[in-house]
Design a protein around this ligand. Structure first.
Ligand SMILES: Cc1cc2nc3c(=O)[nH]c(=O)nc-3n(C[C@H](O)[C@H](O)[C@H](O)COP(=O)(O)OP(=O)(O)OC[C@H]3O[C@@H](n4cnc5c(N)ncnc54)[C@H](O)[C@@H]3O)c2cc1C
Length: 456
């Protein structure tokens, strides 16, 4: 009997397995695909380095840097280029740099004078009662505290960029818990942000607010952890059934048509909520899980495009551009991948990564490759003054990309919490529970590993 079986070899499951292994526990990680890391996949193509899924990791906690160092990846970190500091937002069909300081804010054309005044009154608005905010959408919260224009030209594109989501559907408390806490603890977003800045300045180990990648792409992170797990990681192995007896958990998985079984005292489920529901669970867990609410997972297409530098008029001096849903542009946004990190494109060339689809454009879920290419190149030509065709494109479609923390999230999380308290040894983690960023998944793994070692 092993100490733990971890189901799912995305970044959460891999890291949980690694942390437990480091503590001397006997574990197995079981992953459906032949490649570990879920959507964290990087490919080299014609001298370009392409991210098929996530493009950057924002280390939200100093522990993430220590993990990266411990894995031997400290010298492979690619830091965001300080020149790429602009964040563009499309307004009236043109990319406008978002303000980065108070003076720029006052002169910035993204918001009207009235909207700016409205924003400046935020610290004086009363916080809403906690009970009211439990089900408040991101849109309703933003309109209440910051005004309509700020919703349309700041929060809406930001929500598209992170969740490929719709701010009318996402619940602020679950999707952006820090903003919720700012209002509830400090009375306002401005006051909360100020308190956080002050705290960061007095904490020398506070992480820098810059995203990172690695020399050979983000994939270096799951690949390195997978190597450390060695033969404790089962790839190409789909878990189909879970059973339980007095001693612990029995996990059944299929590999190349053959059934395998593992037994462990602890079971960690690091799967998307939709996959949790496909497993054969024993009663009454099965009933609980099948009656729990579903989280929507929209389809997102990531389309990488390579150009010669002289084809693009725009300086591409930033992270990228996000598109508010009010605009007539159909892409969700474009990342200036080769401006952001080094060695993403050959000399005198540029790599742009466009995202399409998401909750706001469900009609694009089944669009053909040529249709997506046509939409993206037309939008990019208009936005950035591009002439001619891209020298190559590389499309990845994520059919079920990112869980949406809608009103169903609360019921789903309550179901998971009840199961965890009724069945000691059973734990859930990953992006359908603990947040959708890679850093949230890493912290989710740390939580799971700490909980087990503290309880034993
Ligand atoms: C297009 C895209 C862009 C993104 N951009 C960013 C970004 O720039 N920055 C950022 O921080 N985050 C980004 N994210 C989000 C981030 O990548 C994910 O939230 C994170 O990687 C999730 O990790 P996880 O381990 O929780 O889940 P997953 O990676 O989904 O892991 C679950 C694993 O379980 C496996 N599995 C499923 N069913 C079974 C089964 N029955 N048996 C065994 N294994 C099974 C799956 O194959 C998968 O590997 C992006 C996501 C997408 C899709």
């Amino acid at each position: 009997m092993q100490d733990a079986i971890i189901v799912g070899g995305g970044i959460t499951g891999l890291t949980t397995g690694y942390l437990l292994q480091q503590k001397g526990l006997d574990i197995s990680v079981v992953e459906k695909n032949l490649r570990p890391g879920g959507p964290i996949q990087s490919v080299s193509h014609n001298g370009f380095l392409i991210e098929k899924g996530p493009n950057s990791l924002l280390p939200s906690d100093p522990w993430i840097f220590s993990l990266i160092d411990e894995l031997g990846l400290g010298n492979s970190i690619s830091e965001e280029d300080p020149q790429a500091k602009n964040r563009y937002i499309v307004k009236d069909g043109k990319p406008v740099a978002a303000p980065t300081n108070p003076l720029q804010f006052l002169t910035n054309p993204l918001f009207s004078f009235r909207a700016k005044l409205r924003l400046l009154t935020e610290p004086f608005r009363k916080p809403a009662p906690l009970q009211y905010t439990l089900t408040e959408s991101v849109s309703a919260f933003t309109r209440r505290r910051l005004g309509r224009e700020f919703l349309d030209y700041a929060v809406d594109p930001f929500v598209s960029g992170i969740y490929a989501g719709n701010p009318d559907e996402l619940i602020l408390k679950d999707a952006f818990p820090t903003l919720h806490e700012f209002e509830q603890t400090h009375g306002s977003l401005f006051k909360g942000a100020k308190a956080k800045r002050k705290q960061s300045k007095s904490t020398p180990e506070a992480p820098k607010k810059r995203s990172v990648n690695f020399d050979e792409g983000l994939q270096m992170l799951p690949r390195t952890i997978a190597r450390k797990l060695g033969n404790r990681l089962w790839l190409g192995s789909t878990v189909v059934a879970i059973n339980r007896n007095d001693q612990g958990w029995q996990v059944t998985w299929k590999q190349d048509g053959e059934n395998f079984e593992g037994f462990a005292k602890n079971l960690f489920i690091c799967l998307p909520s939709r996959q949790v529901k496909t497993l054969a669970w024993p009663q009454p867990i099965s009933e609980w899980i099948s009656n729990s609410p579903d989280l929507p997972y929209p389809t997102v297409h990531s389309l990488a495009l390579g150009y010669r530098r002289d084809q693009i008029a725009h300086p591409l001096d930033g992270f990228g551009a996000l598109v508010p849903s009010k605009e007539k542009t159909r892409i969700l946004g474009a990342l200036f991948s080769s401006s952001l990190y080094p060695s993403r494109a050959p000399e005198e060339h540029c790599l742009l990564t466009t995202m399409l689809g998401g909750r706001g454009s469900p009609e694009l879920a089944d669009a053909s490759e040529s249709e997506l290419l046509e939409i993206a190149t037309t939008d990019l030509q208009r936005l950035f003054g591009i002439t001619g065709e891209p020298m190559f494109h590389y499309l990845t479609t994520w059919k079920h990309a990112i869980p949406q923390y809608t009103k169903n999230f609360r019921g789903w999380k309550e179901c998971i919490q009840s199961l965890e308290s009724d069945y000691p040894g059973l734990r859930f983690g990953g992006n359908s529970i603990d947040g959708i960023a890679i850093s949230a998944s890493l912290l989710s793994a740390k939580r799971l590993a700490d909980e087990l070692t503290q309880s034993s």
